[in-house]
Design a protein around this ligand. Structure first.
Ligand SMILES: [Zn+2]
Length: 103
């Protein structure tokens, strides 16, 4: 399980680096005229969506690491049953079994 933990931590490092690049990119984009400003606005939506996804994944990874540390990783947070290995292999950040996945 410690390998999984370090994989999650490495992934967080990657995502944080990506978030910083996104932020730097946004700061570098300063529109010169209104036409560019309109394009900028569209670009911002894409960047914001990317930032949201990145932040959400970092948060999910932190939860997974906390669950590893607490010894509850791989257990459904609703019913407490073990999440099947095949499901965890496909979705390492899953916190619920198949029965409770959509609740
Ligand atoms: Zn469950």
């Amino acid at each position: 399980m410690s390998t999984l933990r370090s994989q999650f931590q490495a992934r967080i490092g990657d995502l944080e680096a990506r978030a910083q690049r996104i932020d730097a990119h946004r700061r570098a984009l300063i529109p010169a005229d209104s036409e560019e400003a309109a394009q900028q606005l569209q670009g911002d939506e894409v960047i914001e969506a990317l930032e949201t996804t990145t932040a959400a994944e970092i948060a999910a990874l932190r939860v997974a690491i906390a669950r590893i540390d607490a010894g509850t990783y791989g257990r459904c947070e609703v019913c407490g049953d073990d999440i099947p290995e095949r499901r965890l292999a496909a979705l390492p950040l899953a916190t619920r079994c198949v029965d409770h996945a959509d609740e």
